[in-house]
Design a protein around this ligand. Structure first.
Ligand code: GLP
Length: 630
């Protein structure tokens, strides 16, 4: 692919970037390119050397390669692979080792000769690390270098495990993982404390020796880093930015991951814009933020001087445009998420009737909804709606062994103090079995079904506790335990029709007037991303049913980037005491990530953003976007 800029819109992008509607389309295209390369080399009797990556990002690409092998006969006999990295300290049989990941996600499903697979060893002794890394480099060169290197990007902007500070010329070596990277891997390892501290990774220099580089990124969470890597300066602080200096590197991203690029975020700076209501609001909010001015104080000159003359001539003068946008923002604010009964609702986000409403609040994992919309949940319940909290998955993979151990020990002890011990014999046996399974599997072994179930029950208790704190009674909490989660692991879940059927059955049973959901902006392989796809399919299955036509759909943001001013359609203000209660509800969860714990802070930030635009000052705000189905 040429590095020449193809359009004005890409003027800011220093590494060529393609935005695909979704990861599946991008993966398909890349897989077709790889297929052509493999077949061309096979004809010449030559090998292809591929650089492989791990994480959820390449999973759709690997699934497409497997499909090409199984359904279209693509052979990988002439393929040699080099993986980017491996956790130091983990053996190939460890469930979270990259060796195991690669076996599960691709190598065991294609005909690549085992001898052609190269992955740094996580088990090489400390005094051998240097030699091991040097041999890895030499082997890459001996094989003729990497023809095509697949890359993902971590939250620190790393490629491979080249954390901030990695130099442009760095080679394969052992590195210390950044705190942020370890936080991101916490769910995989059931707690940050279990995440290895070190890894062996190809260096930036090793990667840049590859002939072609393709960095993939999906979902909102990657947007900020993608923009910095593509548009910012080349810097050791973001190793992905070094792709800018490579003659044949490109980014393949989806719309979620493109959101912070100039062409997506500030389109008026790079070309003509069709001024839809959303784009108009985006421009006005941006201008206000840029100038630290409330919307009503923006002038014609401000618009003109900041590249918005076009908008002004179409919708100005500033005075009128400002008032219109101010009113729109004002109308997003309501204390009545389920609609205000017996009141005019023309300018309210939610309709007044019917009242009360049946509201389903979908939480991908047990903590998500309370974290993101705990105060709104409380309002729905308080205002007399039939609000149900649906935990879509059990979340059991998040629960540390220590919790299961604590529960089993308590059960055993309890059984021990009952006077007639024979009555509690089954409980004692259960507790002992659980304790033995915990001991047998060691620190990182896979949980048995009994342990996964026990952990799920522990989380159920936490969710009930947190939901009660939001004034929901136990009979309004539903545990759906979608099968994709029960059968999978983080970064490699796969949903099936069984998931869609389970959710469709729940929707049909409750016939909701309102649904709250999340995951639209998430990495499609994450739990919330999969749950969102399952919801889309379930709603499609219910199309035409009476309730479905009039059901309103509201999106909240979980772990992804918070909604911005122009994206918010409903803003639920929180008083200081409501925010305090939300904090108390959150404290009922045993294992929240630091990001989840920071949710009240992010609610405060939402309020500060509204305040800055000139709206009323609130303590905190929970935000929602209307989901317009296409
Ligand atoms: C790890 C890997 C990277 C990967 C990153 C992002 O840090 N070493 O190669 O790009 O995770 O992971 P994911 O694709 O799951 O977002």
């Amino acid at each position: 692919m040429s590095t020449a800029r193809r359009s004005a819109a890409e003027a800011y992008e220093k590494t060529p970037t393609r935005i695909f509607p979704n990861s599946a389309t991008a993966a398909k295209e890349l897989a077709a390119e790889v297929r052509a390369l493999i077949e061309e080399r096979a004809k010449q009797g030559k090998n292809v050397v591929l650089g492989m990556a791990t994480g959820s990002t390449p999973v759709p690409f690997y699934r497409e390669l497997i499909r090409l092998h199984k359904e279209e006969g693509l052979s990988f006999k002439n393929v040699v692979t080099f993986n980017l990295d491996e956790y130091y300290g983990l053996g190939a049989d460890h469930p979270e080792s990259y060796a195991r990941f690669m076996a599960d996600q691709i190598f065991d499903h294609i005909d690549i000769p085992k001898a052609n697979i190269n992955i740094p060893s996580g088990k090489v002794s400390s005094d051998q690390v240097f030699a091991h890394c040097r041999e890895y480099e030499e082997k890459i060169d001996a094989m003729g270098g990497i023809d095509l290197q697949i890359l993902g990007i971590g939250r620190t902007g790393h490629i491979g495990f080249n954390e901030p500070g990695s130099s442009r010329d760095s080679l394969t070596r052992r590195i210390t993982l950044d705190r942020v990277t370890r936080q991101d891997a916490a769910a995989d390892f059931r707690g940050e404390e279990n995440v290895p501290h070190f890894a062996i990774t190809m260096g930036v220099g090793t990667i840049l020796r590859g002939k072609k580089l393709v960095l993939m990124a999906w979902g909102d969470n990657k947007a900020e880093m993608v923009a910095k890597a593509v548009e910012g300066p080349m810097t050791e602080a973001i190793s992905a930015s070094f792709l800018q200096g490579h003659p044949n590197a490109r980014f393949y991203i989806d719309t979620g991951a493109s959101r912070e690029l100039t062409r997506a975020k500030l389109p008026w700076l790079v070309g003509p814009v069709s001024w839809t209501p959303r784009e108009t609001r985006r421009a006005v909010c941006w201008l206000g933020n840029q100038l630290h001015k409330p919307v009503l104080k923006l002038t014609d000159e401000h618009y003109n001087e900041h590249g918005l003359g076009d908008l002004l001539s179409e919708q100005g003068p500033a005075y009128q445009l400002n008032i219109r946008i101010f009113n729109q923002l004002q109308h997003t604010i309501t204390g009545w998420p389920g609609g205000k009964p017996n009141e005019a609702d023309t300018y309210r986000p939610e309709r007044a009737n019917p009242y009360p409403k049946r509201c389903l609040v979908l939480s991908p994992e047990p903590q998500d909804a309370v974290v993101s919309m705990g105060a709104t949940l409380e309002r729905l319940a308080e205002q007399g709606h039939d609000a149900r909290l649906i935990s879509l998955t059990s979340g059991n993979l998040r629960v540390p062994d220590s919790e299961a151990d604590k529960f089993a020990e308590t059960l055993k002890e309890l059984a021990g103090i009952v006077s007639d011990s024979s009555v509690w014999a089954p409980q004692t046996a259960y507790a002992e079995q659980a304790l033995k399974m915990l001991a047998d599997k060691g620190e990182f072994g896979a949980d048995t079904p009994l342990l996964r179930q026990l952990k799920a029950l522990i989380l159920r208790g936490e969710l009930r506790d947190a939901a009660n704190a939001c004034h929901l009674t136990n009979d309004h909490i539903v545990f759906l335990d979608l099968p994709f989660y029960e059968e999978g692991r983080y970064r490699r879940f796969k949903s099936t029709q069984a998931d869609v059927d389970a959710l469709a059955a729940l929707l049909r049973e409750h016939k909701p007037h309102q649904i709250y959901a999340t995951g639209d902006a998430a990495d499609p392989s994450s739990v919330s991303g999969i749950c969102f796809k399952v919801l889309e399919a379930a709603l499609k299955a219910c199309e035409g049913e009476d309730w479905a036509g009039s059901c309103s759909l509201w999106l909240y943001r979980g772990k992804e980037k918070p909604l911005e001013g122009h994206e918010i359609d409903m803003a639920i203000p929180l008083s200081p005491s409501q925010l305090e209660r939300k904090g108390r509800a959150l404290s009922r969860y045993g294992a929240l990530s630091s990001l989840e714990r920071a949710s009240p802070e992010s609610n405060r930030q939402n309020a500060a953003n509204y305040d800055a635009l000139g709206l009323a000052q609130y303590e905190a705000i929970e935000t929602f976007q209307r989901w317009r189905r296409v």
